[in-house]
Design a binder for this molecule. Structure first.
Ligand code: NDP
Length: 246
């Protein structure tokens, strides 16, 4: 039997990159998966079709993570469709990268809204639909622990905020057997951080392993945390970064 058979999952930001790999993996492991996106209509629909073609259940919902009411109603809609939400994955994130002088207050506020506030909103709303023993997993970043180049101050701050939020939520939801964890990837080949992009050489110079990570490697770790064997891990920030922070 598949490890997530009968489970319902909700992924914030699932149309591309790491989020899409997580959607695919959770569906492959037997979960029904709802996911949000903000602009990639075609990619979102194609992902739903490919999951349905292999016998899975998926639902794409357009909802900007920066908008509180959109996130809440997306979660309520998914809970209505599936009857519950067992697994919440907060993956949506943006990278406002630039010289100190170039970053604007809008960059700052939108980073907080998408990378931090949406995690609080979604966790609060999903917990209302979550049976005992559920799972909340946020995709943070190894940059919470190490930011060894210029231009990443605001991004690093947003990912550090997830460390504390994860600890507090783990305390709040522990009595219900719900675990809350933070997965901190290093460089992963996606549109945000292409392995053949301008930043790649610098990234590799900070690492123990001489390669970018694959989205499927992050998805496999998330699937483990979402599964039945990981019920004693909570409040943790778990790094999967090829040794970037070592
Ligand atoms: P991508 O930019 O490749 O994909 C981002 C995904 O999130 C897309 O599906 C996008 O939807 C969605 N998204 C972005 N903003 C919003 C929003 N406001 N509302 C709803 N959905 C949104 O990013 P990655 O896959 O690289 O990153 C995923 C997560 O992993 C992020 O939190 C990132 O910070 C983190 N991370 C990434 C690393 C990397 O090297 N790639 C390293 C460490 C952490 P749409 O397609 O509609 O735009």
């Amino acid at each position: 039997q598949e490890s997530l058979q009968g489970k319902a999952a909700f992924v914030q930001g699932g149309s591309r990159g790491i989020g899409a790999a997580i959607v695919k993996r959770l569906a492959h492991d037997g979960a029904s998966v709802a996911f949000t996106y903000v602009s990639s209509d075609e990619k979102a629909q194609a992902l739903v079709k490919s999951i349905e073609a292999s016998g899975g259940k998926a639902l794409a919902i357009k909802a900007d993570s920066a908008d509180e009411s959109s996130v809440r109603s997306a979660i309520d809609n998914a809970a209505q469709a599936f009857g519950k939400i067992d697994i919440l994955v907060n993956n949506a994130g943006i990278l406002a990268f630039g010289e100190l002088d170039a970053l604007t207050i809008d960059d700052f506020d939108r980073t907080i809204a998408v990378n931090v506030r949406s995690v609080f909103v979604a966790s609060q709303q999903a917990a209302r639909h979550m049976p005992d023993g559920g799972r909340i997993i946020t995709i943070g970043s190894t940059n919470a622990d190490r930011i060894p180049f210029q231009g990443g101050a605001v991004y690093a701050m947003s990912k550090s905020a997830i460390v504390g939020l994860t600890k507090g939520l783990a305390r709040d939801l522990g009595p219900r057997g719900i675990t809350v964890n933070n997965v901190q990837p290093g460089p992963v080949d996606t549109d945000m951080n292409p392995a053949d992009g301008e930043m790649a050489e610098g990234m590799l110079s900070f690492m123990a392993l001489d390669r970018y990570g694959k989205d499927s490697e992050i998805a496999g770790f998330v699937a483990y945390l979402a599964g039945p064997e990981a019920g004693y891990i909570t409040g943790s920030s778990l790094t999967i970064d090829g040794g970037f922070a070592a």
